[in-house]
Design a protein around this ligand. Sequence first.
Ligand code: ADP
Ligand code: MG
Ligand code: ZN
Length: 613
Amino acid sequence: MKEIKPPKKPLIFYYGITILVILLLNSFILPAIYNYSIKEVDYGTFLTMVEEGKVEKVEIENNEIVFQPFDTSESKYYKTGAINDPKLVDRLHNANVQFSKVIPKETSPVLSFILSWILPLIIFIAIGQWFAKKMQNRIMGGGNALSFGKSKAKVYVEAQTGITFADVAGQDEAKEALQEIVDFLHNPNKYKEIGANIPKGALLVGPPGTGKTLLAKAVAGESKVPFFSISGSEFVEMFVGMGAARVRDLFKQAQEKAPCIVFIDEIDAIGKSRNSGISGGNDEREQTLNQLLTEMDGFDADKGVVILAASNRPETLDKALLRPGRFDRRVPVELPDLAGREAILQVHAKKVKLADHIDFNVIARATSGASGADLANIINEAALRAVKLGRNKVTQNDLEESVEVVIAGYQRKNAVISMKDKLTIAYHEIGHALVAAKQTHSAPVHKITIIPRTSGALGYTMQVDERETVLMSKEQALDKITTFMGGRAAEEIIFKTITSGASNDIEQATKIARSMVTRFGMSEEFDMMALETVNNPYLGGDTSLLVSAETASKIDDEVLNIIKSCHQNAIKILEKNIDKLHELTKFLLEKETISGEEFMDILSGNQKEDSIT
Ligand code: ADP
Ligand code: MG
Ligand code: ZN
């Protein structure tokens, strides 16, 4: 975000100082320098020097006499005041001194004025301008030191964001919807002639990190118009009354610069429903929101000001914001699909040096559910890892490792784990992998590791879907739960005891089982009855039950039944494959990390003899 401060006041200030400096120079300093090289003596000394033959040359001016001695060691020139001395000419003549009377040459007053006033002024202004520009660059480069505590509402503008749709990978639908706005900003007359009403505002909605801010910048970059942007959270931090002032200022400037784009990022910070707060909510926010609504109604969209806003939680927005004539258009910006993820990886990979034969498809398949920001982070982590390992190119392995870093936390290299725990963890992970592999509806195992992560996970079994699926069948859901049960099941079978290591599995499995019952209509008991609604689809979080307490307890029973039967199933699968369970665990213990292929080789019994050493 770039900032341009109101330029007038500081410049006037600056010019004032410049003029002062010139005044000082002209009246004191320059004459002082000029005089410095001339030694002043009294008239008597002058006469003595003449009589002693020490003076070579004399120039008589109107009211002073400047003379040059033979011995210039003390000073090259001397001067003394001119006294009305009728004998002076005789004295000089007798002493054989060259002398002359200087006729004062009048330099043209215009020229001298130019030389001593105008010229320095021009030079100073030029230097001043240069400094002002430098300073502005510094501010625009992100320094924020000067903006603190200013009462004037500031506005942020970037003339060219330099970002185009090509920088936004995937998101084709969002781009298409925004293309219309770009087109309008290019050629508003086409729309006016036919009488079309261009939407005043579009609201980009979607989970964090999906590229909403990026898309808004790309719209500005594509249409080559100024881009005013401000973030909703900035309003909230402000002092009383400033939020509204800022909104007013923002729209005023935008109208002057039209056609242009005004972007309000994270609008939920100000746009929250006005009646949602307890105890009347936040007055400041409300004022800001009201001002925003007023401004949006007040200006003429024909001028070419398009307002974009972004939100993670559109359902919390005040209804008034969504009315026709305001943000009446919604542009969903969803998490990327498989192809989208691959494209995003490729866009960001352009910024790093890659080794040959990088397969982004593998990475994309392993990162289902990751946002664009996560993927950008994965590329960056991979580059950091390559540097850390002293390479100058990013390898496939770097990428795969950073998937785990971003998704599961850093490897905890130094954590010491007892042999007994390691054994338990290995059986646990192989339990997951084996159950997954022996079911028809689960994704293939891609990697198993017992190197702990800082996230707290002690081991990790990575599954990668062959294809991207949008729908989850009942069979797939059950297989997933069974796979989660596999870890604990292996511990039970082998050690006849259980550990705390399955806590995350339990949580995940319960989540799926619960959704099956309450949201997906996958239980016999409740059939297709809606039991729960999702309040906040984008932040993945809160749901609320729609049912009586009695039904709620039946739901719990149903969820428990699903989990229990999956648990039994997992135990059955492992008991049937107990030899493989031992064999694979031994292999994993030795290698600590094994790939999907190694796993499948052992499972299908065609591993090379020397691969286990
Ligand atoms: P949001 O505003 O939706 O939270 P951002 O636009 O700030 O997300 O995205 C954060 C970063 O993630 C971007 O700067 C970009 O590097 C990366 N990113 C997100 N989505 C994409 C995408 N579709 N294509 C390329 N990069 C993306
Ligand atoms: Mg953003
Ligand atoms: Zn587990």
